[in-house]
Structure formats: structure tokens, C-alpha cells
Design a protein around this ligand. Structure first.
Ligand SMILES: [Fe+2]
Ligand SMILES: [Fe+2]
Length: 138
């Protein structure tokens, strides 16, 4: 799987602070893999990134469920794809070199995840913001 890769930039901000903070944290974690020479530390970072990513996907799905987002099922399927790719990487990581792991992380975060934020995540932003300004809601 090869996609265009890009670093985090304000271009992918949603304007929802909690979501943006989680997105950015994942890019920061991904960037910490390059030039890392210690297998144990890389494995620890990888499992931290994976846990953090899963927390983000769960939080985002809960937020979308709370506003009865019409495309939630579709969005969940995309997240499932991402979870599967992360799990595959975790499973394969013992047999990979550190450079290979860094490459796969870049594919996932700077490739897939970046594109996901730009497309699928960007699509829910108006619905979430509308629900927050709707009369009678906090
Ligand atoms: Fe998402
Ligand atoms: Fe997201």
C-alpha cells in the first residue's frame, strides 16, 4: 500500500479542538520513529501509538454516535480498516527492521490517516458543529 504521504499541517485541522489534538498527537508519535535505534523503545512506541489510535477512533465514533451522524456506519468501516492495518503491523513488527517499521508507520499515519482526515473526517465537521450550536443543546 503506497499513498502520497504528508506531514501534519493546519490544512487538516477540523476546528474541533479535542479531535485536532488527538490527530496531531498521532503525527507527533509517528515522527518519533525515524532515526530511533533501539528495538525495545520502538516496540513500546508502536504499542503506545496503536493504543492511542484506538482511543481516538473510539472517541470519534462516540462523538458521531451522539449526534446520530448519518454516515457513521460507513465511517466505522474505514476505522475498522485502519485498526486492521495497525494490528497487522503490530503482528509483523518483530520480523521487521526498524527502518521497515518506520516506513509502515509513515504509510499508515502520513499516508492513510492523513487522507482519512482530509476526506472522511472533514465530512462530519459541519454536522458536529451544527449540533453544538443548535438551540437547546449545550
Ligand atoms: Fe475518522
Ligand atoms: Fe479522526
Amino acid at each position: 500500500m503506497t499513498q502520497a504521504r504528508a506531514n501534519w499541517s493546519p490544512a487538516i485541522e477540523t476546528g474541533l479542538p479535542a479531535i485536532d489534538a488527538q490527530h496531531k498527537a498521532l503525527f507527533d508519535m509517528a515522527a518519533s520513529f525515524r532515526g530511533e535505534g533501539d528495538q525495545i523503545r520502538v516496540m513500546k512506541t508502536l504499542s503506545m501509538l496503536s493504543e492511542y489510535a484506538n482511543t481516538h477512533l473510539r472517541d470519534e465514533e462516540a462523538m458521531l454516535a451522539a449526534i446520530a451522524y448519518p454516515k457513521l456506519a460507513e465511517h466505522r468501516l474505514l476505522h475498522q480498516q485502519f485498526r486492521r492495518m495497525l494490528r497487522d503491523l503490530l503482528d509483523a513488527s518483530r520480523k521487521l527492521t526498524l527502518d521497515e517499521i518506520a516506513d509502515r508507520i509513515e504509510d499508515l499515519i502520513n499516508g492513510w490517516f492523513y487522507q482519512h482526515i482530509l476526506t472522511a473526517d472533514a465530512e462530519y465537521v459541519d454536522a458536529v458543529k451544527a449540533s453544538r450550536t443548535a438551540p437547546g443543546t449545550a
